[in-house]
Ligand binder design. Structure first.
Ligand code: KG4
Ligand code: ZN
Length: 343
C-alpha cells in the first residue's frame, strides 16, 4: 500500500511516498536560509514557509512516482514533538486530504520515526547488509532531542535515558555560535575539527558513570570559558586554536554518546544498536560507532535520512496503519511535547 508521509515539525517541509520500508519518492525543502540570519529557527517564519511549501512537496512526490492521489492508500503525518505552529501545517493538510479522499491517517512521533530510518531502502536498491534485529537499543541525537531507547519491535519503544538540558545537536549549534562559526553548528564544527587536536583543551564527559541520561550544557560552557580565556575572538575564523577547540568539543560529545549507547546495549543484552537523527551524520561519530560496535549489528541511516525527512514518517506511519495504532480522526491535536509512546 502506498503511504504519503508528511513532515513539518521544525524547519524542513517534506513529503514522501513509501511502500512499507521502500521509499518510492521523496521531496524536502529546507528553510535553513530563512533562519540563518537569526542564528536559530524562528517559529513564525517556519510556519509560514511550511504553508507555502507543503502543496508543492506533495505534488513533487506524486509526479516523481508517476501516481495520483487515488493511488494513495494511507497518510502518515508528524503529530509531534515539534513547534506547534509548524506541526499544524502538515496536520491540517493531511486532515484535508483524509476527509476529502477518505484515506486513513496515522499520527507519527517524529523521534520514534528517526530511530527506524536505518531500515528504509530506496526503490530498486538492496537493503544494507548486517542490519540489527530486535530487540535493539537506539540513540536518537538531533537538534531537539537526545534520547536512548530499548526498541523491542518497530512499534514497541521503552525510553532508557534522555538529555537533562541541551540536546547534542543543540550543543553543536550553541558552541559554534559562541565560537563565531555561524549556524547550524554541526557541519561547521565537524569541518573545523578535521584539522584540530582533540586533546588540546580539557572537556568534561558529563554524567559519565551516572546512568543513561545525558547533559550537554556544561560542555557548551567549557567551550565558552576556553574561548574567552584565550581571547579567541581576536583570532581568524580558521585559526589552529579554534580548530583545536572544535575538535576537543566534538571528541567529548562522541565519547559520551558512544559510551552511553554501549552501556545500554550491555545492560539490556541486545545484539544490535541504532544511531539516528541529525547528529548521526557526523563523520567521526559514525566512524567510532562502526569501530566500537563491530561485534554487534549497527544500524546507521544514510546521511540524508539522518536529517529530517518524510520517508521515515511514512515508514512508521505505514506500520501504525497496519496495526491500527494511533489512527487519527479530524479532531486530533498536534503534540508539541510528546514523549515516544510506550505500549
Ligand atoms: O534531525 P535534525 O535534522 O533536526 C531535528 O529534529 O532537530 O537535526 C539537526 C541537528 C542540528 O543541531 C545540526 O547541527 C546537527 O543536527 N547536525 C550535526 C551534523 N549535521 C547536522 N551535528 C554534528 N555533526 C554533523 N555533521
Ligand atoms: Zn528530527
Amino acid at each position: 500500500m502506498l503511504v504519503l508521509g508528511l513532515e513539518s515539525s521544525c524547519d524542513e517541509t517534506a513529503a514522501a511516498l513509501v511502500d512499507g520500508r521502500t521509499v518510492v519518492a521523496e521531496a524536502v525543502r529546507s528553510q535553513l536560509d530563512l533562519h540563518r540570519v537569526y542564528g536559530g529557527v524562528v517559529p513564525e517564519i517556519a510556519s509560514r514557509a511550511h504553508l507555502e511549501a507543503v502543496d508543492s512537496m506533495v505534488g513533487e512526490v506524486l509526479a516523481g512516482a508517476g501516481v495520483g492521489l487515488g493511488d494513495v492508500g494511507g497518510l502518515a503525518v508528524t503529530q509531534g514533538p515539534g513547534l506547534v505552529g509548524a506541526l499544524l501545517v502538515a496536520m491540517g493538510f493531511a486532515k484535508g486530504l483524509s476527509v476529502a479522499r477518505g484515506i486513513p491517517m496515522a499520527g507519527v512521533n517524529h523521534v520514534q520515526a528517526h530511530a527506524l530510518a536505518p531500515f528504509m531502502v530506496r526503490a530498486g536498491e538492496e537493503a544494507a547488509g548486517g542490519l540489527p534485529g530486535f530487540p535493539l537499543v537506539a540513540l536518537v541525537v538531533s537538534g531537539g532531542h537526545t534520547s536512548l531507547f530499548l526498541v523491542e519491535s518497530p512499534l514497541r519503544f521503552r525510553t532508557l535515558g534522555r538529555t537533562l538540558d541541551d540536546a547534542a545537536g543543540e550543543a553543536f549549534d550553541k558552541s559554534a555560535k559562541l565560537m563565531g562559526l555561524g549556524y547550524p553548528g554541526g557541519r561547521v564544527i565537524e569541518e573545523m575539527a578535521r584539522e584540530g587536536d582533540p586533546r588540546a583543551f580539557p572537556m568534561p564527559r558529563p554524567l559519565w558513570r551516572k546512568g543513561l541520561d545525558f547533559s550537554f550544557s556544561g560542555l557548551k560552557t567549557q567551550v565558552q570559558n576556553v574561548y574567552r580565556e584565550r581571547d579567541m575572538d581576536r583570532e581568524p575564523a580558521d585559526s589552529q586554536a579554534l580548530r583545536d577547540l572544535a575538535a576537543s568539543f566534538q571528541e567529548a560529545v562522541v565519547d559520551v554518546l558512544i559510551h552511553k549507547l554501549e552501556v545500554a546495549a550491555v545492560m539490556h543484552g541486545v545484539r544490535g544498536v541504532v544511531l539516528a537523527g541529525g547528529v548521526a551524520a557526523n563523520g567521526p561519530l559514525r566512524a567510532r560507532a562502526a569501530e566500537r560496535f563491530g561485534h554487534l549489528a549497527l544500524g546507521l541511516p544514510r546521511k540524508a535520512w539522518c536529517a529530517d525527512n518524510a520517508a521515515m514518517i511514512g515508514y512508521l506511519g505505514s506500520l501504525q496503519l497496519g496495526s491500527g495504532q494511533n489512527v487519527l480522526g479530524l479532531g486530533a491535536e498536534a503534540k508539541p511535547r510528546w514523549p515516544v509512546p510506550e505500549f
